[in-house]
Design a protein. Structure first.
Length: 176
């Protein structure tokens, strides 16, 4: 799914923030891996985003670690598929999860991230942060630790973090 086609949470659609966020994300995309055409937005880690991530961590809405994230998403996918089979519900057609990852991952990690983003589209949006895993880990845990991947799990917190990406005039996007 293309960034141009994503459907944001209703909250962002209703307050007319969604289109601004979409344009910001589209403005500076990068290939996730050199040998792939899959693109993601590359985001600069600025203070509004740091504050939003800390707030999300304190509220327990951030899940760390690729394997744990993958297991949670798969469990949710199975549940959503079950609901779809029993009803005519349209669950999972909008972004409700945000996958954020550091810029110092190995090619293998980025291949797995790409696959995860494809399998769980359109409800999972991924963004490459212009920060290494040491800085990202310290931001998330307030300790010296390395974190390469986190998932924001609640749509309200996803909205807060997406808004934080566009809060200041420099728009928080790392130039190409």
């Amino acid at each position: 799914m293309s960034l141009a086609d994503i459907r944001f949470p209703r909250e962002l659609e209703n307050d007319n923030t969604a289109e601004t966020i979409r344009q910001v994300l589209l403005r500076h995309t990068v290939k996730l891996r050199p040998d792939s055409d899959f693109v993601v937005a590359r985001i600069e880690m600025e203070n509004p985003l740091k504050i939003a991530l800390r707030k999300a961590r304190l509220s327990g809405q951030i899940r760390c670690g690729f394997e744990d994230i993958a297991a949670k998403l798969e469990s949710e996918r199975i549940g959503i598929d079950g609901v779809r089979e029993r009803t005519d519900a349209h669950y999972g057609k909008r972004i409700s999860r945000l996958l954020l990852f550091s810029n110092d991952g190995a090619g293998r990690l980025y291949r797995h991230i790409e696959q995860m983003l494809k399998v769980h589209a359109p409800r999972l949006l991924g963004c490459l942060l212009n920060v290494d895993s040491d800085v990202f880990g310290h931001l998330i845990t307030d300790k010296d630790s390395k974190i390469k991947t986190v998932m924001v799990e609640h749509k309200d917190v996803v909205c807060e973090i997406l808004r934080a990406m566009i809060t200041t005039p420099d728009i928080h996007i790392f130039p190409r």
